[in-house]
Design a protein around this ligand. Structure first.
Ligand SMILES: Cc1cc2nc3c(=O)[nH]c(=O)nc-3n(C[C@H](O)[C@H](O)[C@H](O)COP(=O)(O)OP(=O)(O)OC[C@H]3O[C@@H](n4cnc5c(N)ncnc54)[C@H](O)[C@@H]3O)c2cc1C
Length: 321
């Protein structure tokens, strides 16, 4: 069994589904060690999970993009003797892990889907056009750990729940790492208004709307809430100011990889596809039967979204009783 270091750039009062998934990936490889950069209060109860042996914390919470996070990671790798470091593919985690890979003179594979026991990593490339498998060929001696970031929603959530169960409190190591002095200092942070919907990048279901909504996202919001889904949009919709820019899915927006992606009133241009093509199942609603989106859809409905979506909502409510 190998030692695995899991990196959380921040930890709240509970583990997020993506964090549980990372622990599940790590537990399949070996003994799990966790490094946490930013935290509030005592994070250990949250990390009392079967298989988690040790936790590494800085003396002072280090919110991203604090550059000292790389010192925390370097020391955690040395302490844990990890052969692989896993993190999520969010911008903040990837930034910190890329710095770690440079510091250790080792390799980073970003946006992975899976990893085998002999550390062969699979990922989807170029908007799902290719699946690649890669492994680390280390030039450094002794060999340095492989660093991998994962996209969420690669493991069935029910399986995650059976793998990630409550356990003993792990051993906690507070490392002598403090915020860096000099450089850019963040003076104030204002959190985005918290939506009750799941975060777009991590949501298991995404409902997305485009120019075809004609500016009215109400039916999509209702459908998203019925399904417990995140809400996304095409660039045409965000550029029109119909929904916030953070909701844009695509090449210049958020990349999502949900189990189900419902596309409504979106033509399916290549720039939109780049951000959603790896979704497990794609359902497209478009009134133009020749719309590009139908080329990648698993299920397609040719129709007006303002008629189709209310029927979907009605059927969902009927089935829920
Ligand atoms: C460098 C670059 C980066 C880009 N990055 C992104 C990106 O990240 N994300 C992104 O989305 N786009 C991006 N774009 C823009 C992209 O090329 C498309 O222009 C955009 O995705 C189109 O959005 P849309 O499908 O909503 O609009 P349209 O292309 O106008 O399509 C609207 C669709 O809605 C259908 N429709 C209309 N009314 C209805 C109705 N009532 N019911 C059902 N269907 C209806 C129409 O048949 C049509 O297919 C980028 C472009 C460039 C050049």
């Amino acid at each position: 069994m190998s030692n695995v270091l899991v990196f959380f750039d921040e930890l709240g009062e509970t583990l997020t589904p993506a964090q549980k998934e990372l622990i599940a990936q790590a537990a399949a490889l070996g003994e799990v060690h966790i490094a946490v950069a930013a935290y509030d209060g005592d994070p250990t109860p949250v990390l009392a999970v079967n298989g988690v042996q040790e936790v590494y914390l800085p003396e002072v919470s280090l919110p991203a993009p604090e550059v000292a996070i790389v010192d925390l990671l370097e020391t955690s790798v040395a302490e844990s003797r990890a052969v692989v470091v896993l993190g999520s593919s969010t911008a903040d985690a990837t930034d910190a892990l890329a710095r770690l890979a440079v510091r250790l003179d080792t390799g980073l594979i970003s946006g992975a889907a899976s990893i085998t026991a002999d550390l062969v990593v699979t990922k989807s490339e170029l908007a799902g056009s290719y699946t690649t498998t890669s492994r680390l060929v280390s030039a450094a001696a002794p060999a340095q750990p492989l660093v991998v970031t994962f996209k969420p929603n690669n493991i069935d959530p029910q399986r995650v729940d059976t793998l990630v169960t409550e356990g003993e409190q792990p051993e906690v190591n507070v490392l002598p790492v403090r915020p860096s002095v000099g450089g850019v200092e963040i003076e104030e942070r204002t959190a985005m208004e918290v939506s009750a919907r799941p975060a777009l990048a991590e949501a298991r279901i995404v409902v997305a709307g485009g120019r075809g909504t004609d500016g009215d996202f109400t039916p999509l919001e209702e459908l998203a809430d019925e399904l417990g889904a995140g809400l996304g949009a095409s660039r045409a919709a965000t550029d029109a100011g119909w929904i916030e820019h953070a909701a844009q899915v695509g090449q210049t927006g958020v990349t999502v990889s949900p189990q189900l992606y419902i596309s409504a009133g979106i033509s399916g241009a290549v720039h939109q596809r780049a951000g959603m093509q790896t979704a497990g199942t794609i359902v497209a609603i478009n009134k133009d039967e020749d719309a590009q989106v139908f080329e990648i859809a698993d299920f397609g409905v040719v129709g007006d979204l303002h008629e189709v979506i209310p029927q979907m909502i009605e059927e969902l409510r009927r089935r829920k009783g």
